[in-house]
Design a protein around this ligand. Structure first.
Ligand code: KIV
Length: 272
């Protein structure tokens, strides 16, 4: 089905609900720095996620747990400086919102004030309901995140597909409803069966954005470095690579090294 796209000069939380209502799918990608954010925004991607996946991608940690609130603010403020159109969502990092609602609000306020981001994302369902409400009461838009929630990786023990069993699927559906009732403007569903994700998307009025959740949802998100093929050792089934930048960059670096060694770079035209 082809959908006539409405032009959004600036994407807001309301635009995303409009897109869902108009049957227009939402595109979302990660960015953690100015240069990448400028390219992603210029390409017309609707939502830029300053994900705590920066912990893996930018800092080389094994999990998302080590990244701090200060580091997220640094990444987010670099991204915000590049943006002209996209909605910027910033992950609240592990440990900055789980302990109590007041701390959650303080962390969200720091993100909004110090980075200029437009909204925050939190992982989890009923266990963080009070924190979500407290943040929303301060007028800060919140995106939820259910299914595979990488901040809980040590509880799950594995990165495999979530909610395959009925009990977990029922809990996920309840949590999704709760997030909508609480006032979240959208929800990420990560690595859950496509049929379940479709059912959740159809049962909610807020947009559901999937990663490894099939195409029955309202939009898709990928980690930019993965879809560009820069992180070649990460190969989940849901990942489509649009470039093979690992290979292209390696070849460029090798060529540069060879040119330097051969005193071919710089040439006469490349000097003063
Ligand atoms: O941190 C991140 O990049 C994310 C996406 C995988 C949704 O949360």
């Amino acid at each position: 089905m082809s959908v006539a796209k409405k032009q959004y000069k600036r994407v807001t939380t309301k635009s995303l609900v409009d897109m869902k209502n108009n049957g227009e799918k939402i595109s979302m990608l990660t960015a953690y720095d100015f240069t990448m954010a400028k390219i992603v925004d210029g390409a017309g991607i609707d939502v830029i996620l300053v994900g705590d996946s920066a912990s893996n991608v930018m800092a080389g940690h094994e999990t998302t747990l080590p990244i701090t609130l200060d580091q997220m603010i640094y990444h987010a403020s670099s991204v915000v400086r590049a943006i002209e159109r996209a909605l910027v969502v910033v992950d609240l990092p592990f440990g900055s919102y789980q302990s109590d609602p007041k701390e959650a609000l303080r962390s969200a306020i720091r993100i909004m004030k110090e980075s200029g981001g437009h909204s925050v994302k939190v992982e989890g369902g009923k266990e963080i309901k009070e924190s979500i409400k407290r943040i929303l009461n301060a007028g800060i838009p919140v995106m939820g995140h259910l299914g595979l929630t990488p901040q809980s990786i040590y509880k799950f023990g594995t990165y495999t597909v979530r909610a395959k069993e009925d009990k977990e699927a029922e809990q996920l559906k309840e949590d999704a409803k709760m997030l909508e009732r609480a006032g979240c403007f959208a929800l990420v569903l990560e690595k859950v069966p496509a049929a379940l994700a479709k059912e959740v998307a159809e049962s909610l009025t807020i947009p559901v954005i999937g990663i490894g959740a099939g195409n029955g949802v309202d939009g898709q998100v990928l980690v930019t470095h993965d879809m560009l093929g820069m992180t070649h050792e990460f190969n989940p089934r849901f990942l489509r690579r649009y470039l093979n930048m690992y290979e292209d960059m390696t070849n460029a670096f090798k060529k540069y090294a060879a040119d330097v060694k051969a005193v071919d770079f710089p040439n006469d035209k490349e000097q003063y």
